[in-house]
Design a protein around this ligand. Structure first.
Ligand SMILES: [Zn+2]
Length: 334
């Protein structure tokens, strides 16, 4: 190897060591800086100031509910294989036996580090004082745009249960997106944004609230399902299930199963505890109703087969920029 004239006179070992050191610094520096620069490296994704409603999502920011098929430019989400409704169930399947999972993963299977996100209302006039439960479409858009640009993909809550049952982890950079309450903004805003990036999600509906003021109608819930989204249960009346009797807890879960099953042609297989409140009685009610997985709002970084009825989730508040959310998710990557 001929040494460049500039470095002539230096011992060759010193030159090689210097080049190697520069390479290490460059690679490490790039790795550290990449998340910060990610919005620059992902053209089209904007980092949105808290509370702002302008941006790529602004055109979706209307509370007007539109048919998912009339949303120009939105590409179809990948079919959520195995999601309730993905096999176009007819009314008869309501009476079919509940889908069951294998008895569980092989002994010693590792816990799965798959982040599960919670979104609530996605509205243009999100109240900054309610930042845990409301965010603008522009912010959600910037978050999902960045996740997509950085190679993140989604599975539904049901698919996470299937991975837990088999003990097989999904690919790295897989996230579960869930939305609680099925409020009336979810179709025009959250769903439209999800579809733009080819993401699936699980919408947890409150069976007794569907069709009432401020919530989606059953026709709209069916549109979500037909668009590749999973419909899960969020109880019948949204009580704090740790504060009701065993009989009431059982009724809350079973009535929701029946109502949603009648409306969609198949009963849901996943559940989210209202307000994240649960105790042993609530878990027993969910287990006895045959649900495959249930989600809390507790913090935690992994999910196991044994704890599939108390899977932790991450609340995505409006105080998180897209970069902040990305950095949290990247913490799950081994
Ligand atoms: Zn809720």
């Amino acid at each position: 190897m001929t040494q460049p004239r500039l470095l002539a006179g230096l011992p060759r070992r010193l030159v090689v060591a210097g080049v190697l050191a520069a390479l290490v610094v460059a690679v490490y520096g790039g790795y550290r800086l990449l998340p910060r620069l990610s919005s620059l490296l992902a053209p089209g994704c904007t980092t949105t100031p808290i509370g702002a409603s302008a941006g790529p999502g602004a055109s979706l920011g209307s509370a007007r509910v539109v048919s998912p098929d009339s949303s120009a430019g939105i590409r179809p989400a990948p079919a959520a294989s195995g999601a309730p409704g993905s096999t176009a169930p007819g009314p008869a399947s309501f009476f079919a036996p509940m889908t069951t999972l294998p008895p569980g993963p092989p002994a010693g299977a590792a816990a799965l580090r798959v982040p599960v996100l919670i979104y609530h209302e996605v509205v243009p006039n999100a109240d900054p004082a309610a930042s845990d439960y409301e965010m603008t479409p522009a912010l959600m858009e910037s978050q999902l745009c960045l996740l997509a640009a950085r190679g993140w993909q989604t599975i539904t809550a049901r698919q996470l249960a299937e991975h837990l049952a088999s003990g097989t982890p999904p690919p790295q950079r897989t996230v579960v997106i869930t939305l609680d309450d099925a409020t009336s903004d979810h179709l025009a805003n959250a769903y439209a944004i999800l579809r733009r990036y080819g993401f699936s999600a699980t919408f947890f509906v409150i069976a007794g609230f569907v069709g009432t003021d401020g919530y989606l109608t059953w026709d709209q819930v069916r549109m979500l399902r037909d668009g590749g989204m999973e419909i899960g249960s969020h109880s019948t009346h949204h009580p704090r299930m740790s504060e009701i009797s065993a009989a009431e807890a059982a009724s809350e879960v079973r009535t929701a199963q029946q109502v949603i099953g009648q409306q969609l042609g198949a009963q849901p297989v996943t559940f989210a505890y209202p307000g994240g409140a649960y105790n042993d009685t609530a878990v027993a009610a969910v287990r006895d109703a045959g649900l495959l997985a249930a989600f809390t709002t507790a913090e935690g970084r992994s999910a196991t087969w044994a704890d599939r009825l108390t899977i932790p989730r991450i609340n995505v508040g409006a105080v998180w920029s897209a970069d902040k959310l990305l950095s949290i998710l990247e913490g799950y990557v081994k």
